[in-house]
Structures are given as C-alpha cells and as structure tokens.
Design a protein around this ligand. Sequence first.
Ligand code: SF4
Ligand code: SF4
Length: 353
Amino acid sequence: MDSYTAPGGPIHSAVAFLPDAFVTLVPELSELALPVESRATCHDCHMVDKPGDPAGTVTFSPQVGCCTYHPRLPNFLVGRILREGGEGAERLKVQLREGQPDAWELGPPVGWLDEYQAGRQDRFGKSGFVRCPYLANPAEGGLHCTIWKDRGAVCRTWYCAHDQGPSGAAMWRSLKRVLLTAERLLARWAVSAGDPPRPGAEPEAWEAWYLRAADMVDAWDGEYLGNLADLERSRDGFLGTWSELAEDEVPEVLGACLTKWLVGDDRIVVYGYSAFDVARVPRSLWQFLSQLDGERPWGAAAAEAAFAEEHVLDLFRVGALEPPTSAHLDPVQGSRLRLKTPDGKWLTLEPDV
Ligand code: SF4
Ligand code: SF4
C-alpha cells in the first residue's frame, strides 16, 4: 500500500506516521505527491521466483522478501515503537537485550554487520540468517513488518522496482538521505537536551530513555538542532532528483543499452539499471534491436520485428533502451549485433535469431 488518508488528506506511505518534526524540517515531505511504485507488490513479492525465468535470474525467498536487513533505529523511533506496544514492541525488547542500545540508536548485535557484509551478495533477499528481527513469521499471519509505522529511513524508501526506472530509484535514494539526516539531527538533539543512561545500563533504563526521546521529539518546537547544512544539501539533492523524474514520453528514436541479459526458452530477461528491476521480453528482442540504427523510429522497428510496444516501454523503463546519443548500435554484422554500454564498452551479441 503506497498511500494513506491522514486528517490532512492522502499521504504517501514513505512519509506517513513520521513525527511532525520531519515536515517542519522539510515541508516538501507533505507537499509532493511521491510516486506509487506499482511493481513493488509486497503482499505478493515481485522478486519471488517466476516460473520460466532463465537460470541466474535474481530472485528472493518468499520467506523473507527484501527484509534481510537489521535496521538501526534512532532513539525516538525506538520509543515510538515501545509506546505503540504489540508484537513490534515485544520484538524490540528482545533487541534491547541482544542488540547494541546506546543513547542515539538501537543497532544490531555485535558482529551482525560483519557477517552480513561477508555474505551480502548471496544472502540479500534469501537467507533466514539475516532475516530482520522485526519481520513477522509466516506462521503468525504472513510476511509483514511489525514496526511498519515507525520503520526507519532505509526501509521507508526501498523499493525493488520503480515505475520510473533509474530516475525513480535516484529519487528514492536522495529521499533516503534526507530522512536519514533528519533522523540523526533529531536523535542527536534528544541526546543533548535529554538525560540518556550511561553505556552498559540495564535494558529497563534504555527502554525508559527511548520513551522519553520519543516524547521529546514529538514536543519539539523548532528549537535549534545544530548545523543544518547537511540537511539542506540532502534536501536540495532530493528536489533535484524530484525534478528529474522521468517524463512519461518515450523518445521516438532509441538505442540499445543493455547491461546484461539471460536467455530462457520463451523469454529473455534484460537488465538495465538494476539487478532487481528487469524486463522480461520475447526472443524477438534480437530482431527488434537489429532494426535500431540510430535514426529509425522504434515504432517502425518494433512493427518490423513483431515486437510489442509494451516490451519497448518496459525496456525503456529499466534503462535498457535510451536515446541514441548515449547508446549506439552498430549495424548488424552477419548474425552479430554490436552495442555500446553506458560505460563505453562494446559488447558483441550473437543472438539466436
Ligand atoms: S519491496 Fe521487498 S517485499 Fe516488496 S515486492 Fe519488492 S522485494 Fe518484495
Ligand atoms: S524493519 Fe520492517 S521493513 Fe525494515 S527490514 Fe525489518 S521487517 Fe522489513
């Protein structure tokens, strides 16, 4: 679900339930209509294995989805989760004992990050070992986040697939920086204005502190938070990526810009900007690409190759087709295609046409 109706009107889930202080610091959070990512279907995870995909296609386990991550939660969000109660709070109390509580945040247990980094490629989206401690067990009612209302900036802004492809991904990354910066400012302010326990304190003392931090941030009245230069920089960056969100319109002439492809029996899985957000297209892709000469409109090329428009649009969305100023296709050389990737390398395709 990507939007909620709050008292002031619909609000995107990425910023719903944040303390008011976030909107005071960055008013655009409640003003901009953030995009709804229709492909990131978490109730029926978009990344779970799709029958017929060629070997090597990146997939996630239906047991964990993308929640193979252990968030660091700033003090005031920890307090909000405790105040909310329920399963999320109970799970969080376990982390107060097993994790690393300090005045600013509640982080993962010692050593967790090293283990995570060591096996990240193989484990992300797959391994129960790095399953988020706040993800509900399937037996307890399906995959859902038990601290969803108060999840942190990383989880709020992560989507495996983007309706506006690379420009959408860039926008969410820059919004993540804004939210992380605001989280840090508010958590630091709570520490400087509050009375956190000393390192090594008992879990009960941390629990009481985090609840106080949540109340303090809720009551924040615009008091000086310190130097806001980082926040202003990240906000400017966010507004820049917002203004660059891809237009719906697709240029009339396109060039191939694939970064990787996997060939299956009845489809080709094409990668552009991301290993998670791919286009699945028929094998007539090669005939279509061979028609792109840097001048011919893609509509004519698609008609010639009997390659449906929806596949052209999806290839464009994932960044596998671009205006031919940044991607070039040599004329077909016998049965070979030559195409240039965005980093300037030439690839030779020997498609099975
Ligand atoms: S965002 Fe995560 S849970 Fe949702 S569809 Fe994508 S991989 Fe699955
Ligand atoms: S906090 Fe929630 S959204 Fe984030 S990784 Fe954990 S279960 Fe997933």
